[in-house]
Design a protein around this ligand. Structure first.
Ligand code: HEC
Length: 145
């Protein structure tokens, strides 16, 4: 090979490498905006917000799967107590608070019984849910006898 040939080969090689580097970087860059949170999250949020404005407390109780543990009619199962007569223990704020942080209430006698009865099942905390939705659930539950 002549010197010229070696130089052109080296040039070509560098070109090929640059081309692939650019292509690689390009795909990474190009794909992140469409896949990333930016595009997907607001859409999801807006569906949830719509659900929150439309769904009643009764529907939300099903959507949040409260019925899985408390029973389809909320009359209790062997996993969780009946959700009836709650208004003798809670007012609206207290019940919303409970749903957001049930562990704060475990010291009450009623909960000690629950703990025996529903071993290994814990009431999940719903602190990450929209407070308005929890409010609707609360209104619904306080209306049950
Ligand atoms: C994984 C099962 C499970 C799910 C899902 C669940 N709970 Fe519970 N819940 C329990 C258990 C078990 C208790 C009894 C207290 C304890 O052990 O923490 C309880 C207790 C409660 C209490 C207190 C009852 C009382 O006598 O003071 C309320 C109110 C309640 N749940 C409402 C709800 C609502 C509303 C939802 C849905 C947003 C829900 N729960 C979802 C298991 C569940």
């Amino acid at each position: 090979m002549t010197k010229t040939q070696i130089w052109s080969a080296a040039f070509l090689g560098i070109f090929v490498i640059l081309f692939f580097l650019q292509k690689f970087a390009g795909t990474e860059y190009g794909s992140s905006p469409s896949m990333g949170m930016g595009a997907a999250m607001p859409q999801k949020q807006s569906t949830e917000t719509m659900a929150s404005s439309d769904a009643s407390g009764e529907v939300l109780v099903k959507q949040f799967n409260c019925t899985t543990c408390h029973g389809v009619d909320l009359q209790g199962t062997n996993m969780a107590p009946a959700l009836v007569g709650l208004k003798s223990y809670y007012d609206r704020d207290k019940l919303i608070n409970y749903l957001r942080n049930p562990n704060a209430y475990l010291e009450q006698d009623r909960f000690k019984e629950y703990k025996d009865k529903f071993k290994n099942i814990v009431m999940p905390a719903y602190g990450n849910k929209d407070v308005k939705e929890l409010g609707k659930i609360t209104d619904y539950l306080l209306g049950l006898n």
